[in-house]
Design a protein around this ligand. Structure first.
Ligand SMILES: [Mg+2]
Length: 225
């Protein structure tokens, strides 16, 4: 069926139990030299967009070099925070779904995530899920989610050896940003309510499917497994 599936990470596959936020705060502290507590939700944002907004909010000078510096300091801290997070969780239905998709030759499974590539590896490493994802679009490459989803789609099509126009694409995510990025790229959005956004608010963005967990029967029919 030439299907490309792109999964978001935080709020969709796993919760790091606040480890990501703690590592970002540590990264900001290292670069700025004092504690910074960002007063906004990171849900749906890319890593670079989070760093930029946090620096602006703190009245700091912002340029690409400074965002890179915070990103590097964050990635240095992240393994320890993820490893020690008591509330780290892999959501219900995730592992069985990925196992069912593994090895299918009619589809490819990748990431469409605001996480930096290395951050994604660290987070999924604790969950034992890295082996399921062969490619992706990542938040270290693009600050804008729509662009990283576009890149993920191109990479998936290349892996399938098909033009993008011959592929069906499903973007799985937990925020309006995932849904909008899917629609912007001509993909279907499968939204899950396992993140911080409520069902009624996600509905406003008109995902093609909206489920409470990846265990839902709808997911099996969408993906044909
Ligand atoms: Mg998310």
């Amino acid at each position: 069926m030439n299907l490309i599936i792109l999964f978001d990470i935080d709020g969709t596959l796993i919760s790091t139990g606040g480890a990501g936020r703690r590592a970002i705060q540590a990264g900001l502290r290292e670069v700025v030299g004092r504690p910074i507590t960002p007063g906004f939700s990171f849900a749906g944002m890319t890593d670079r967009a989070i760093m930029r907004r946090a620096l602006v909010e703190a009245g700091q000078p912002v340029d690409e070099g400074r965002i890179d510096a915070v990103l590097q300091a964050y990635l240095k801290e992240l393994p320890r925070q993820v490893e020690e997070a008591p509330d780290f969780e892999v959501f219900s239905g995730v592992s069985p779904l990925l196992k069912r998709l593994d090895g299918r030759d009619d589809l490819v499974v990748g990431l469409g995530t605001g996480n930096a590539r290395r951050g994604a590896e660290i987070k999924l490493g604790r969950a034992g899920l890295n082996r399921y994802f062969r490619f992706g679009g990542f938040g270290c490459e693009f600050e804008c989610r729509k662009e990283l989803i576009g890149e993920g789609i191109k990479r998936g099509a290349r892996l399938m050896g098909r033009p993008v126009s011959n592929c069906r694409v499903v973007v799985v995510g937990d925020t309006p940003a995932d849904i909008e990025a899917a629609h912007h790229n001509g993909a279907d959005a499968l939204a899950v309510t396992t993140g911080s956004w409520e069902r009624s608010r996600l509905e406003d963005y008109r995902p093609r499917w909206l489920v409470d967990s990846l265990n839902d029967e709808v997911v099996r029919s969408v993906i044909g497994c």
